[in-house]
Structures are given as C-alpha cells and as structure tokens.
Design a protein around this ligand. Structure first.
Ligand code: MF3
Ligand code: CO
Ligand code: CO
Length: 276
C-alpha cells in the first residue's frame, strides 16, 4: 500500500516512499518553476540547427535558467555536471551535452529541470536539426500523442497510476513501437525524483489512486525497434540496444479536484515539432 503525506509550508520532505500531497502554495511554486523550464524549451527551438554543438545549447540553457533566478537541478545531481540532457537519435535519455555537432536530419530530446524557490520544473521536448526522415517524424509525433494520452488518462476522475501506462502502451503498440521500461516518470516537487514511480507501460485500474495535490512527471520514451536499452561507459547515456531511434516528451503536472494542471506547458504554443 502506498502512503500519502500532506506537505505544507517549507516543511522538509524525505525520499521515504510516501506520495506527497500539496496545497495552493505548492501549485504556485510548481507553476513558476515549470513555466521557466517551458520558456527555456521555447527558446531551444531557435538554437537547434545543423552545425551547432549540444554543449553550446547546454550553455545557453544554463544562462537562461540562472537569469530566471533558478538553478539547473541536474548540475551536481548524482555527479552530473550539466544544465540539461540532450539525447540524439538512438539515445533514449540522459545524453551528456558536449562537442557533438548536430547534423542534418538528427532528432533530439532536450530535457531541462529548473529549481526555482525550492520547486522543480522538469520537462523535455523533441527537436529536429533540419529535415529528418518520415519514419523519424512519425515516431516523434506518436510519442507526443503518447504523453498527451497519458495526461488525459490521469485527468479522469477516480484514475489510478496504471491507467497512464496503459494508455501510453496501447497507443505505441498501434504503431508497432515499443515502450522503454528501464526509465520512468516520477513524483517531484521539493524533491527532484520522488515516489511514485510512473511507469509508461502498465495495466489499467492498477496502482495507487491519483489524489488532488499529487505532483509527478509523465515522460514516455518510445523506440522504433525493441524496448531494450543499455547505459554507456560514461555512466549516463542510455541507448537502444538495437540502435533504433528513440523519442521522448515530458511534462510536470499536478492533480487538481477536476483534472490535471500541466505546469510545463509552452506559453507560446511550441508543443512539438511542427509548432516550431
Ligand atoms: N530530467 C531527467 C528526468 O526527467 C533527469 C535527469 S538527471 C540527470 O527525470 F542527472 F541525468 F541530469
Ligand atoms: Co523527469
Ligand atoms: Co526531465
């Protein structure tokens, strides 16, 4: 059984397995952190192009987060030293920004987390460098649909955590794509990664019920080929074993009395490639 814990004020919370329930001040904090991260991803759309390095994009991200009065939550997190994760082509997640030069046709995920006034806004989107293949574009579009269908499942009254993964898996399988199981969405708020674990493939009607005040991410990683991944020797970069393309989108959200509030929605309508 999962336990729930009400969080108020600036009370210290622990990674003790409990699911935290927040009030209006938590929603306000997450809105601010989430909107800063979303504004950063809006700008990233103008920075991604062939010839640019992932390290240059990461530098601009750091600058913009610091200018916003926040810090990149990934800097110094378990030894990670960058302001974003940038995952190209067959990289599933946790790609390390560096000297890699973007080339025509690359698809990439940029994942940022701002820590603002003690709250974490965690979000990622896919971007295109130039014009990718039709296969790559369709994977990206369907992955975005998977995220939004997961959110829709979470919005229904009486929803359980497993409903999210069930909706995502059903959609991905229609296109014969696979769902990564080694990495999950997560509770967040005062903590970057907290209970519950939000799996992206699950059975409907299972898992803890979604209660108002719960904050978590949904961040499906969908592969063109098999679901299996491995982590490279750098200790971070997760790639598909069969080197097939992988895509991901992520939002941070809170459960409200009548649905879901997405904290990291783009303020300028840049939801997915095609919008930018
Ligand atoms: N932002 C990632 C997530 O969605 C976590 C990145 S942790 C890092 O949960 F250390 F790799 F940056
Ligand atoms: Co996340
Ligand atoms: Co993230």
């Amino acid at each position: 059984m999962n336990q729930y814990q009400i969080v108020e004020g600036d009370q210290t919370v622990y990674r003790d397995g409990t699911i935290k329930l927040h009030g209006p001040e938590g929603f306000e904090g997450m809105r601010k952190a989430g909107q800063l991260s979303a504004r950063v991803l809006d700008e990233v759309a103008d920075w991604v192009k062939p010839g640019v390095t992932t390290g240059e994009i990461d530098d601009k991200i750091r600058e913009m987060i610091l200018d916003g009065g926040a810090v990149p939550a990934t800097m110094g997190y378990r030894g990670y030293a960058h302001s974003s994760c940038i995952s190209l082509n067959h990289v599933i997640c946790h790609g390390i920004p560096g000297d890699k030069v973007l080339k025509e046709g690359d698809i990439l995920n940029v994942d940022v987390t701002s820590l603002l006034d003690g709250w974490h806004g965690d979000t990622s989107r896919m971007y295109f460098a130039g014009e990718p293949s039709i296969k790559a574009k369709r994977l990206v579009e369907v992955t975005y649909e998977c995220l939004m269908l997961g959110i829709e499942a979470a919005s229904k009254p009486g929803a359980r955590l497993g409903d999210i993964g069930a909706a995502i898996e059903a959609h991905a399988h229609q296109f014969r794509y696979s769902v990564v199981r080694e990495f999950c969405g997560h509770g967040l708020g005062r903590l970057f990664h907290d209970a519950p674990e939000v799996v992206h493939a699950a059975k409907a009607g299972t898992g803890p019920e979604l209660r108002p005040g719960m904050f978590f991410t949904i961040e499906p990683m969908i592969n063109l080929g098999k679901p299996w991944g491995k982590v490279l020797k750098d200790g971070w970069t997760a790639v598909t074993r069969d080197k097939s393309l992988s895509a991901q989108f992520e939002h941070s959200m809170g459960i409200t009395e009548d649905g879901v509030e997405i904290f990291t929605e783009s303020p300028t309508g840049k939801h997915r490639p095609g919008d930018y």
